[in-house]
Design a protein around this ligand. Structure first.
Ligand code: TYM
Length: 327
């Protein structure tokens, strides 16, 4: 059975972009593939974090995974930092990655401009991500478009390693959703919606109140044409709202565009708000139940045990091939 794997950083409150680009795909594929869903907390400290807040977010993100439909019977769920093999493998992969290719990562270029003191970890982050993927021989990695380049780097590293040391890693492929691979900011629909946006009006968070969700959507930036059709280049605001509707109503973009072709912008926004609210309120209710149930720890303990064994075997194979240690 093919294996899929993904993770979402506990670096802030999750947005509907994370839900659509990362989680919804896992929910869709968990019936078809052996699924691994983890919390990449080591990635999160590439940018300064408050330790207490980070610790809370780690468990809370797992409760959100469950609330969004990640089935613990179909997924192995675990925390990256509880498995020492991720960082160890990352080091070996770093020694098989070129400065040139790591320097091409566009997310590093963006993120490094936003922080004052850029950590070395922020630069090597995609290589740790390659370790997350290659350690488990994942065939597919469901992500939004912003992570595609990182998965491609993981592919390049795996191919190089296999050529140098003999077949060791499965070559992973990114799985990008057809709709919603890049949900845009509500106030500036030419840029990606993000967890860490300073302007909270740009993002809809999964834990936002109904009132906030409605307000944010009703005040989303559009254009003055007052005609509804899907044209991301010339009508990015309307295209973004149609995309959000399509993802939450499980309809294609064509179906959504045709549904709203006679409507005005006010009606479109109201209907987008309705569909987002009904989905999100359901998730929030389940989230509270999971968070208070104690089940999160139990799931993580089981997941951790399972992945440690898999990772140990792969890591030892790597040590043998590279000539490290005494194995
Ligand atoms: P992160 O935490 O930034 O984002 C989590 C997932 O959400 C997707 N995403 C979006 N999709 C659509 N529209 C948006 N506006 C949007 N914003 C974010 C991301 O593409 C991602 O799928 N490096 C990763 C975490 C990671 C990982 C891994 C993922 C670490 N190791 C191994 C897969 C496999 C990250 O920072 O994602």
């Amino acid at each position: 059975m093919k294996r899929i794997l993904t993770g979402l950083q506990p670096s802030g409150e999750l947005t509907i972009g994370n839900l659509i680009g990362g989680i919804k795909q896992m929910v869709k594929y968990q019936n078809e593939y052996e699924s691994f869903m983890f919390v990449p907390d080591l990635h999160t400290i590439t940018i300064p974090q408050d330790p207490e807040t980070l610790k809370k977010r780690i468990k809370s993100i797992v409760a959100l995974y469950l609330a969004c439909g990640i089935d613990p019977n179909k997924n192995t769920i675990y925390i990256q930092s509880e498995n020492l093999y991720h960082a160890n493998l990352s080091w070996i992969l770093e020694c098989n990655t070129y400065m040139g290719e790591a320097s091409r990562m566009t997310q590093f270029k963006d993120k490094s401009q936003k922080v004052k003191n850029v950590s070395v970890g922020l630069f090597t982050y995609p290589i740790l991500m390659a370790a997350d993927i290659l350690l488990y021989d994942a065939d597919y990695v469901p992500v939004g478009i912003d992570q595609k380049q990182h998965v491609e780097l993981a592919r390049d590293i795996a191919i190089r390693f296999n050529n140098k040391y003999g077949k060791t890693f499965t070559i992973p492929e990114p799985l990008i959703p057809q709709v919603g691979a890049k949900i845009m900011k509500l106030q500036d629909p030419t840029k990606k919606m993000s967890k860490s946006d300073e302007n909270i009006k740009n993002s809809i968070f999964i834990l936002d109140t109904e009132e906030d969700i409605r307000k944010k959507i009703m005040s989303a930036v559009t254009d003055s044409e007052n005609k509804i059709y899907y044209d991301p280049e010339n009508k990015p605001g309307i295209a973004n709202l149609l995309t959000i509707y399509s993802a939450f109503a499980n309809l294609s973009i064509e179906e959504v565009a045709s549904k709203f072709k006679e409507a005005n912008y006010g009606t479109l926004k109201k209907e987008v708000a309705d569909v987002v609210v009904s989905n999100i309120l359901d998730i929030q209710k389940k989230y509270q139940e999971y968070l208070n149930s104690g089940i999160v720890d139990q799931i993580l303990d089981e997941g951790n045990k399972k992945v440690n064994q898999i990772a140990k075997e792969k890591y030892e194979e790597v040590l043998r091939k590279v000539g490290l240690g005494r194995i």
